[in-house]
Design a protein around this ligand. Structure first.
Ligand code: ATP
Ligand code: MG
Length: 319
């Protein structure tokens, strides 16, 4: 459904007399299959929105090519636009109209007949649990209600692909879970869903496949399980006071069961070990013998954050 080849985009901005160039997207190659929920995971400024805006024909790439739902992005952007839905990160509802009005208008803009547009609007309002507020002005909605209207707007014309830029940012946990269900429902209807997120749990639970993006480049791609499998061994987090951290790090760094050690800024160390269950008793004995008290200990299987850390040297949680 989506294929991109060496897609790139730079921005030039002027600060006083100087012009600065930001390489927002540097040669992105992606393949997204029909009916997939594909996730773009990355920190602020990674280039997620810029990529999405190029794929949605809102800005022109500086280089590279893409085919979207069978249409060529460079040669036939109008056709691409007809086949996709796009929901911006900042949203796009109008304060003074009601959700129902917006939905009907949107459907009509795609050439859908009046009766059908009303039917679709009613169905979308119901699916996104908005019926109760449907005839109130959008400016009176809560952030979460408004986000739901925006997503409903993006799919009212039943596109083959929908691009959702951070669909769940700002939603409470319950609305978020409900949004996930809605997105899964779109998939069962055969839609291809492309989302961006910086929530690790969202990428893990919702997406069939993900691409991890950092500084304009895709640094890893695969199913969440595949990506996590690339990281062998377990991770043990040892909580320590700030002043005992250096000593403990030095002590544990030499241990044969530790494959990699990083200190944590707030105090403590993160240890990569072959097997947590056998490493923990040994490292506890070692710390105890040196008279170093620990504040907590956690064992965890590789997470997407560990994948991000391995690929970029930083934790997504921290960046
Ligand atoms: N119109 C623009 N002019 C100048 N720089 C821009 C423009 N749009 C984006 N950028 C820069 O390009 C880089 C990528 O931005 P982008 O919005 O794609 O990131 P993002 O991954 O969506 O981040 P976030 O998670 O914060 O939404 C950033 O450094 C940003 O400042
Ligand atoms: Mg963004």
């Amino acid at each position: 459904m989506i294929e991109t080849r060496a897609l790139r985009k730079s921005f030039r901005s002027r600060a006083g007399r100087q012009t600065k160039t930001v390489d927002a997207v540097r040669g992105v190659n992606l393949q997204v299959a029909e009916g997939e929920i594909f996730g773009f995971l990355g920190p602020n400024g990674a280039g997620k929105t810029t990529t999405l805006r190029m794929l949605a024909t809102l800005i022109e790439p500086d280089g590279g090519e893409a085919t979207i739902a069978g249409a060529d992005l460079r040669k036939d952007p109008a056709e691409v636009r007809r086949r996709i839905g796009y929901v911006a990160q900042g949203g796009s509802t109008w304060d003074e109209s009601t959700a129902r009005e917006e939905l009907v208008l949107h459907a009509r803009m795609y050439g859908i007949g009046k009766a059908d547009a009303h039917r679709r609007a009613a169905r979308a309002l119901d699916a996104f649990q908005l019926t109760e507020y449907a005839d109130r002005k959008c400016k009176t909605y809560s952030g979460g209600q408004r986000r739901r209207v925006e997503i409903a707007l993006g799919i009212i014309h039943e596109p083959k692909i929908v691009f959702l830029d951070e669909p769940t940012t700002g939603l409470d946990p319950q609305s978020r879970a409900h949004m996930w269900d809605e997105i899964r429902r779109l998939r069962t209807e055969g839609m291809t869903v492309f989302i961006t997120t910086h929530y690790l749990d969202e990428a893990d639970a919702l997406c069939d496949r993900i691409a991890i993006m950092d500084h304009g480049e895709v640094v890893a791609e695969g199913t969440p399980a595949e990506l996590k499998r690339e990281i062998s061994g377990d991770v043990v987090l040892v909580g320590l006071d700030l002043d005992t951290t250096p000593q403990a790090a030095q002590l544990l760094d030499g241990e044969e069961y530790v494959t990699k050690l990083e200190t944590i800024d707030e105090g403590g160390v993160r240890l990569h070990v072959e097997e947590g269950a056998t490493a923990i008793p040994q490292l506890l004995r070692r710390l105890d013998a040196a008279g170093l008290a620990l504040t907590s200990i956690e064992l965890h299987r590789p997470s997407l954050d560990d994948v991000f850390l391995t690929k970029t040297g930083r934790s997504l949680r921290e960046s």
